[in-house]
Design a protein around this ligand. Structure first.
Ligand code: ZN
Ligand code: ZN
Ligand code: FE
Length: 760
C-alpha cells in the first residue's frame, strides 16, 4: 500500500475544464496533491488513502466534464511528497499535443447568465465557458491557450481574470472567455461599411423583418439570413445567391417551434438539441411549404436547426422583446430565419469581415459583424435520423476535429479525398481525423481551402504524415494536390479506387478489419479498369479489393451532360430496351434527335455502371425531373415520390443476375412505363432494386463465405433504399454495416482512403 498515486488521463481532456473538475473532485473526496496538463493529457498526483483513490478513479470516469472524452486512465503507486493541499499547476513546458475539441453550442449556464439583466454579461454576444463555445474554429495553433486563439487581441479585464484563475469557477482557464468590458464587439453595417443606427442586434433584426438579407457572422463563417416566413425575401435570396432550387436550412428558437412545421421524433429532438447543433433533416408537416414558401421547394424534407451561438440567441431574444430570464426560450416562437452558408459561386464559406463586405456585395443588404476572427472555415453539419441512428450527410462544425477510432493503429496517413464534397483525413496512431467540409474542387478558392485545411489539420494535430493517399482518378484536383504534397516531402503515395474507399470508410468507422462484401452505389467514380463505375459489388480485404459484379451498364449520351440531364439517361434506357424510336416523342426537345443518334451509333456515349444514373434514368422516364438543377436532385425527387406509395411490392421479374455477376434492372422498366401512377412506379423501382441487390448479395455471400456487407456511396442517402435493403437482408444472416458518423457520400471518402493506405 502506497500513500500516493500517479494518475494519467488521456483523451480529449485539455481545454474542456478537466483540471478544475479534478480539483473539485479531489477536494470533495479529501485527497491532496496536484493536477497539470502535459504532452500526453492530464497528469494527476494524489495523496490520501486506497479507498479514496478508488472513489476518485470511479468518479473521474462518471462525472467527467461534458466536452471531455476519456480514452484511458492509468494509475501507479507514486512517491509520497506530503502535499499540503490540492493545487492546479500550469502546463508542463514543451509539447502539449492532445487534440483540440470541436465547437460546442452555448451551455445552459451561459444561456441563463446572458439573459440575467443583473449579471455583468447581460446580452453579451461572446459569452462562453469551459463547457461551451468556439474551439476548432478560433484556434490557430497548439497549445490551446488564449494567445493561440482569435481572442489573443482581447486581454482579460480584472473581473474575467479572477474567474480565469479560480479553479472553483466554470471559467477557470476558459481560453476564449470575455465580457462586455474586455471582449469583441458587434456592429451592424450597410454595404458601404457604415454602421446602422442603434443596437447592432436590433438593427439586424429590423432589417430582416423588413425583408432584407443580412450576412451574419457565425462560428465557422458567415450565414446569409432572411425571414423564412417572407416568401419575397426568400425568393430574393435565391435570385441573388443563384441557388435556384437547392433547399435552405431554417433556424427556429426551439423544438416546439420546429414541431409546428415538421415531424420531430425523440431521436431527432436529441440530435437538434445536441451540443453539435447540426442541421437535422425532418419530414415536413402539411402547411410547411405555405409557412416557409420557397425554402425547400418540392421535397418532403426540411433542414432545421436550433440557435447555437449567443449571437443567434440574441436575434431571437430581440424578436421576443428582450425578456429577462430564459423561460421565453422554451416557448414556441414564430421567428424563423433562413440560415444558409454564405458561399457565393460555390466557393468556400466567407470568413473575414472585409471578405464578407466584398464577396457578399450585391447579395446582402446589411452585415452583422464582430471583431472575433474565424480562423478555420467550417460550414454547418447536416444529419438525418435513419432507423433511430444519426447519419451524417455533411460532417463539419461541431464534429470536427473529433477523432474516429480506427480498427487498428498504423502509420500516419494523409488522405486527400474526392473531387466533390471534398474532405481530407489524417490518421495518428489508431485515430482518424476527418476535416470539415471543404467543398467541390471546381474553383481555385476551394482548392486553396483544401491546402489551407491540410496545413491547419496537421498543425493542430501535430502530425507528420508518413504516406499520402488519393483517388485513382488522375485528373482530380485532389489527386494532383496529393501528389504535389507527397513529392515535396518525399512520401510514398497510394491510389485508392473510389468505391473501395467508400466501403473502407464504413469498415473503418465500424471498427472492422476483416474481409467484407461491399456494396458501393454512387454517382461516379474512376474504375480500376479506367471505366466509369458507380454500382459495384466488391469484396474488400484491407488493401485488396475485388470487383465481384456491377449494375448493368448504361450509355451516357453526351458524357457529363447526361449526369445533369436525367432525360438523357431515360433515353439511354429506352435505347437499351430497343425502343429508341420513342425518344423524340417522349422527350420533345432540341437535342432529342441528336441523343437518339448518339445512342444508335454508339458515339459520345461512354458506358457507366453508376446506380445514380439508374435513378436519374427512372426519374427522367417518369417525368420527375428532365433536367436537374443540382447533383442528386432527380434521385431526391424520385425518393420523395416513392414515399407516397410506401406499400409498393418489388417486381419479382424486374431484375436478373447474369452469370458474369451483372445485376440487370432493365427487364422491370417496361412495367414501370405502363404504370399509370407515377408514385407507385417510383416506389416499385426502389423496392425492386432493393430486392435485386439483396439477392445479389446473398449469392455473393454464398460464393465467398463472407457474412457481412458494408453499404457505401451517395445513393445510400436514399432512406427508402437503405431501409428496404436492410429489411430484405434481415433473414439472410448477412450483417449490414452502414455509415453513421461519417457520411456515406464522397464527404467520407478521405477516411476510406486513409484506412486502406494504413493497411498497406
Ligand atoms: Zn458555457
Ligand atoms: Zn472581461
Ligand atoms: Fe462517390
Amino acid at each position: 500500500m502506497s500513500p500516493a498515486r500517479s494518475v494519467r488521463v488521456t483523451g480529449v481532456v485539455q481545454g474542456v475544464g478537466f483540471r478544475p473538475f479534478v480539483w473539485r473532485l479531489a477536494q470533495d473526496i479529501g485527497l491532496r496533491g496536484w493536477v497539470r496538463n502535459d504532452a500526453a493529457g492530464v497528469d494527476i498526483h494524489l495523496e490520501g488513502g486506497d479507498d479514496r483513490f478508488d472513489a476518485f478513479i470511479e468518479r473521474l470516469r462518471r462525472e467527467a466534464p461534458p466536452l471531455s472524452r476519456i480514452d484511458g486512465i492509468e494509475a501507479h503507486p507514486a512517491a509520497f511528497d506530503d502535499c499540503a493541499g490540492f493545487a492546479v499547476l500550469d502546463s508542463e513546458a514543451g509539447r502539449v499535443a492532445t487534440a483540440i475539441g470541436p465547437d460546442a453550442a452555448i451551455c445552459p449556464d451561459c444561456l441563463a447568465e446572458m439573459f440575467d439583466p443583473a449579471g455583468r454579461r447581460w446580452r453579451h454576444a461572446f459569452i462562453t465557458c469551459t463547457h461551451c463555445g468556439p474551439r476548432y474554429t478560433v484556434t490557430r495553433a497548439l497549445p490551446y491557450d488564449r494567445p493561440q486563439t482569435s481572442l489573443a487581441g482581447f486581454p482579460l479585464c480584472p473581473a474575467c481574470e479572477r474567474e480565469y484563475r479560480d479553479p472553483a469557477d466554470r471559467r477557470f482557464h476558459a481560453e476564449t472567455t470575455c465580457c462586455p468590458d474586455c471582449g469583441p464587439r458587434l456592429r451592424c453595417v450597410d454595404a458601404a461599411g457604415d454602421a446602422l443606427a442603434g443596437d447592432p442586434v436590433a438593427a439586424a433584426l429590423g432589417e430582416i423583418r423588413r425583408g432584407r438579407i443580412v450576412a451574419v457572422k457565425g462560428l465557422g463563417g458567415f450565414h446569409l439570413c432572411c425571414d423564412a416566413n417572407d416568401a419575397e425575401a426568400v425568393a430574393r435570396l435565391r435570385a441573388r445567391k443563384h441557388r435556384e432550387e437547392k433547399p435552405f436550412a431554417v433556424m427556429l428558437a426551439n423544438v416546439d417551434s420546429i414541431a409546428a412545421h415538421a415531424e420531430v421524433s425523440a431521436a431527432e429532438q436529441a440530435a437538434l438539441e445536441s451540443r453539435e447543433r447540426p442541421i437535422v433533416l425532418l419530414r415536413k408537416r402539411a402547411g410547411a411549404d405555405d409557412a416557409f414558401s420557397g425554402v425547400a421547394p418540392g421535397i418532403a424534407w426540411i433542414g432545421a436547426m436550433l440557435p447555437y451561438t449567443p449571437l443567434h440567441w440574441l436575434l431571437f431574444h430581440e424578436g421576443c422583446g428582450r425578456p429577462a430570464g430564459t423561460d421565453w426560450t422554451l416557448r414556441g416562437h414564430p421567428l424563423a430565419l433562413v440560415m444558409t452558408s454564405a458561399n457565393p459561386g460555390g466557393e468556400p464559406i466567407v470568413r473575414d469581415d472585409a471578405e464578407a463586405l466584398a464577396r457578399l456585395a450585391g447579395i446582402a443588404d446589411a452585415w452583422l459583424l464582430h471583431d472575433r476572427d474565424v480562423v478555420s472555415r467550417c460550414d454547418d453539419s447536416v444529419v438525418r435520423l435513419s432507423g433511430g441512428a444519426v447519419q451524417a450527410i455533411r460532417r463539419s462544425r461541431g464534429f470536427v476535429p473529433r477523432a474516429i477510432r480506427l480498427p487498428a493503429a498504423g502509420p500516419s496517413v494523409l488522405a486527400f479525398g474526392a473531387h466533390l464534397k471534398n474532405t481530407v483525413c489524417v490518421t495518428r496512431g489508431g485515430e482518424a481525423f476527418v476535416s470539415q467540409h471543404v467543398g467541390d474542387l471546381d474553383n481555385a478558392a476551394t482548392c486553396d481551402m483544401l491546402d489551407e485545411t491540410v496545413g491547419r489539420l496537421l498543425r493542430l494535430l501535430d502530425v507528420e504524415p508518413e504516406a499520402v493517399a488519393h483517388d485513382l482518378h488522375p485528373d482530380y484536383r485532389a489527386t494532383q494536390a496529393a501528389l504535389a504534397f507527397a513529392q515535396e516531402r518525399g512520401l510514398p503515395t497510394f491510389a485508392v479506387q473510389h468505391h473501395h474507399a467508400h466501403i473502407a470508410a464504413v469498415a473503418a468507422e465500424r471498427g472492422r478489419d476483416e474481409p467484407l462484401l461491399g456494396l458501393a452505389l454512387d454517382g461516379v467514380g474512376f474504375g480500376a479498369d479506367g471505366g466509369i463505375w458507380g454500382g459495384e459489388l466488391l469484396r474488400v480485404d484491407g488493401m485488396r479489393c475485388e470487383r465481384l459484379g456491377h449494375l448493368r451498364e448504361l450509355p451516357l449520351p453526351g458524357g457529363d451532360r447526361a449526369a445533369r440531364e436525367p432525360w438523357r439517361m431515360a433515353a439511354a434506357l429506352l435505347h437499351a430496351l430497343g425502343r429508341g424510336d420513342e425518344i423524340e416523342r417522349r422527350f420533345p426537345g432540341p437535342a432529342a434527335g441528336a441523343v437518339r443518334e448518339m445512342l444508335a451509333r454508339g458515339i459520345q456515349s461512354p458506358p457507366t455502371s453508376s446506380c445514380g444514373r439508374w435513378f436519374d434514368a427512372v426519374a427522367g422516364l417518369l417525368g420527375v425531373k428532365p433536367v436537374a438543377a443540382f447533383e442528386g436532385q432527380a434521385a431526391m425527387l424520385l425518393e420523395g415520390l416513392a414515399e407516397r406509395a410506401p406499400d409498393a411490392a418489388p417486381d419479382p421479374d424486374g431484375y436478373a443476375i447474369g452469370g458474369d455477376g451483372t445485376l440487370d434492372l432493365l427487364r422491370g422498366i417496361p412495367a414501370l412505363l405502363a404504370e399509370p401512377d407515377a408514385a407507385m412506379a417510383a416506389a416499385r423501382f426502389h423496392a425492386t432494386l432493393a430486392a435485386g441487390l439483396a439477392e445479389w448479395l446473398r449469392r455473393a455471400s454464398e460464393a465467398t463465405g463472407v457474412r457481412a456487407v458494408a453499404l457505401g456511396g451517395g445513393c445510400f442517402m436514399n432512406r427508402i433504399l437503405s431501409h428496404r435493403l436492410e429489411q430484405a437482408l434481415a433473414t439472410s444472416g448477412i450483417e449490414v454495416l452502414q455509415a453513421g458518423a461519417v457520411p456515406p457520400n464522397d464527404g467520407g471518402l478521405s477516411l476510406g482512403q486513409a484506412w486502406v493506405a494504413c493497411r498497406r
